[in-house]
Ligand binder design. Structure first.
Ligand SMILES: Nc1ncnc2c1ncn2[C@@H]1O[C@H](COP(=O)(O)OP(=O)(O)O)[C@@H](O)[C@H]1O
Ligand SMILES: [Mg+2]
Length: 221
């Protein structure tokens, strides 16, 4: 990380977002946070990675970033890690969490890549498999950030949301249709009451996204 980078405004915005999640964690004992979106390409992987990195860096807290987007995995690319031996193998009970966790450049941040097995996500995302990985993650006493598939096209995330303590919905500004976002919010709220807030990710506006007051809107239920 270049010197000075950590003081960039966008990094401060992630720290502010993180502080809001940490407050939720302190108030509720929550540890596992899911980052999702209505559709793909809205910034889930970017936001979850920055949140995990910021938590490891600024809180010095043991942190896990886990790639549950088994259909379009990207976390291994961001950290230049092999995809194998990760979430898929834990879900199919062929490896333990301890064995699957990979090092990142930050000693406080461990990475769980998506993994690779012959099973499909649908076969692996069963209640008992998810319960098993949840139990292992909670035993670690870490803050855990789950990157996940989008809500509308696949059912994985709604099931996954039953095992987490809070959910952030990333919305790509200027692209996501309001009714699609509303449908995603409705689906999450119908399923559980864990939606903590909506992160407006402004990828392409002329002004840097972090100057915008609407960069994110965070609300407690
Ligand atoms: N705030 C941002 N500013 C610039 N580029 C971004 C921002 N958020 C995401 N991106 C880029 O947009 C693309 C999609 O983001 P990604 O996090 O992979 O989305 P998702 O995981 O929701 O599919 C990636 O190339 C990522 O680097
Ligand atoms: Mg992604």
């Amino acid at each position: 990380m270049p010197v000075g980078y950590i003081e960039e405004p966008e990094i401060n915005e992630f720290r502010r977002l993180l502080n809001l999640l940490l407050t939720h964690s302190q108030n509720t004992g929550g540890k596992i946070y899911l980052i999702t979106s209505a559709m793909q390409g809205e910034g889930k992987s970017t936001v979850s990675s920055f949140l995990a990195m910021s938590n490891a860096l600024y809180q010095g807290q043991n942190t896990i970033l886990a790639d549950f987007d088994l259909r379009r995995p990207t976390v291994h690319k961001l950290y230049d890690l092999p995809i194998q031996s990760g979430v898929s193998e834990i879900l199919s009970d062929s490896i333990t969490l301890e064995k699957a966790l990979k090092m990142s450049p930050n000693p406080n941040l461990e990475i769980l890549t998506a993994g690779s097995t012959a099973q499909t996500p649908l076969e692996m995302f069963t209640v008992s498999n998810l319960q098993r990985i949840e139990t292992s993650l909670r035993e670690k006493e870490c803050m855990v950030f789950l990157d996940s598939p989008p809500i509308i096209p696949v059912s994985d995330t709604l099931l996954l949301s039953n095992f987490v303590d809070g959910i952030l919905l990333v919305v790509k500004a200027g692209q996501s249709q309001k009714k699609v976002v509303q449908r995603a919010i409705d689906m999450l709220q119908l399923n559980s009451n864990k939606l903590l807030g909506v992160v407006i990710n402004n990828l392409e506006n002329a002004l840097p996204y972090y100057y915008s007051q609407s960069y994110y809107d965070y609300r407690y239920e």
